[in-house]
Design a protein around this ligand. Structure first.
Ligand code: AMP
Length: 485
């Protein structure tokens, strides 16, 4: 099927061609004709499937006829994170370049003044995070009773982040006679219930989430003691000739700790996570996209769905606790047919998460060794007081991953993963940058003898490695080789 078969106008088709798209993606093929017909749509699709254009393109067509009135919005798109909202706004710029639609992006962390000015004129498209939209509504700056099209995007993330009560509140403010498009990567019962409540006779469209990473991504798994993770990462970055990379941590506090550590070691790094103020987040992302920042240490939520071209590497400083996140994370590299490389650092505590990922992708991740890492680092640092990331040393043999001790911190650790995150409204008071609670000391660098064969290889090879697999290969051997896909 071609874009010309979907019922889109010449101007939208021109913008799509300018974007370089040759064919519609499956979700676009399935959704666009029904949106154009005015039907409600319930879409099972996640980022990366082209779903944004799946709702943006037909919305541009529908909104092209008609005009916005002062302080009224004609359509509303709800997104769980500021970055996703900003990305949808960019999509409207790209696909709507031959139209004169007005839009406003209402996200936390940005001053109200500029947003108010836009709203006063009336907007065709309002793209918002739920908390900030409610703030504007409660301040009387926006009227929602002219909204004809509502998009609820990433509904399962909204649920994870505790935004559903806000979403329900917003939907109650909208006219019942409207078109609703509802997208979610997964459809747990709570999401189904919402879909039933919000949608009327929807057309259900679904695209299977990718269960395997792109063949263009070379993967490696590095088994390393907890205390040596940062050194292993630094060595990997050196070995790998990284052009630009996202480095994922599971927790926000670890994003900061790792970022500071990399800076101290002279790396060109920045951090991106949900507790940073919006101005800094936007600036950081722009600098990273322009290539001024080489390494962006980030959390899942902040980096969710980020569309950055031509990324050479992804590092998982922590093994993701949800297997699908592994695919999301490493899918940030190897895009558009380019090759990419993804390395995951794992400790023995991570075995069950690694097993879940391998079950999902249907194959083992090739084991890699980083030469010169002291594989007994856990033991070596046990007597030294606080070590990596300021954590207290764990009792040897203690195998539980969660919760990690944090008794010396003023701030309770919060898992950045939204499923584990505390509900948090996207409201101004929650947007203030938090006082840094990171007094963590940098651990003494792990000094390991340079050895041709790593201790890991010696101690684990006979038993098939720590996770029961084949011999790991040295990291440098992976360079230029495609080992997965
Ligand atoms: P999304 O799932 O909406 O976040 O889109 C993921 C990426 O796919 C974005 O970089 C889009 O620009 C790109 N994209 C969307 N539709 C198409 C298409 N039909 N052909 C090629 N790329 C596309």
């Amino acid at each position: 099927m071609n874009f010309t078969d979907l019922g889109l106008s010449a101007d939208v088709l021109r913008a799509v061609a300018d974007a370089g798209y040759e064919k519609p993606t499956p979700i676009q093929e399935q959704a666009i004709p029904f949106v154009l017909m005015g039907r409600d749509v319930l879409g099972s699709a996640q980022t990366g499937t082209g779903k944004t254009a799946g709702f943006t393109l037909p919305m541009i067509e529908i909104l092209a006829a008609g005009r916005a009135r002062a302080r009224m919005a004609r359509s509303l798109i709800l997104e769980p994170t500021r970055e996703l909202a900003a990305q949808v706004a960019e999509n409207f710029e790209i696909y709507g370049k031959y139209h004169k639609l007005t839009k406003a992006l209402l996200i936390g962390g940005v001053s109200y003044g500029d947003q108010d000015k836009l709203l006063d004129r009336g907007v065709d498209v309002l793209i918002a995070t739920p908390g900030r939209l409610l703030d504007h509504f409660e301040r009387g700056r926006i009227l929602l009773n002219d909204v004809k099209i509502l998009v609820i995007d990433e509904a399962d993330r909204m649920l994870d982040m505790g935004f559903i009560p806000d979403v329900e509140k917003i939907v109650r403010l909208l006219p019942p006679l409207r078109q609703t498009l509802f997208f979610s990567a997964t459809m747990p019962p709570e999401i189904r219930r919402l879909a039933d409540a919000f949608l009327s006779n929807p057309k259900e469209v679904s695209v299977a989430p990718p269960a395997s990473p792109a063949a263009t991504v070379t993967q490696g798994l590095v088994f390393v003691p907890d205390r040596a993770k940062r050194e292993a990462l630094r060595r990997l970055i050196g070995i790998e000739q990284v052009k630009n990379s996202l480095i994922f941590c599971n927790r926000k506090r670890d994003v900061d700790v790792l970022f500071r550590s990399l800076k101290r070691h002279g790396f060109n790094a920045a951090a991106l996570h949900g507790d940073m103020d919006q101005g800094t987040r936007t600036q950081t992302l722009e600098s990273f996209k322009r290539g001024e920042i080489q390494l962006l240490v980030c959390s899942d939520v902040a980096a969710r769905g980020l569309d950055i071209d031509d990324m050479s590497h992804v590092f998982n400083f922590d093994v993701p606790m949800h297997a699908e996140d592994y695919i999301h994370r490493i899918g940030r590299t190897g895009r558009a047919g380019k090759s990419g490389r993804a390395f995951t650092l794992a400790t023995s505590d991570d075995a069950k998460y690694v097993a879940a990922i391998e079950a999902l992708i249907g194959k083992p991740i090739p084991r890699v060794v980083v030469e010169g890492i002291d594989m007994t680092a856990d033991a070596a640092e046990d007597g030294r007081g606080h070590a990596a990331g300021g954590r207290k040393p764990r009792a040897r043999g203690h195998r539980t991953r969660e919760p990690r001790p944090a008794s010396h911190r003023t701030e309770q650790p919060r898992a950045e993963h939204p499923r584990a995150e505390q509900p948090r409204a996207e409201q101004p008071r929650a947007e203030q940058p938090r006082p840094s609670a990171h007094q963590a000391r940098e651990p003494a660098p792990v000094v390991a003898p340079q050895r041709r064969v790593s201790p890991q290889r010696e101690s684990h090879a006979a038993s098939g490695g720590p996770f029961g697999h084949d011999d790991p290969v040295p990291a440098f051997l992976l360079r230029g080789r495609r080992v997965a896909g």
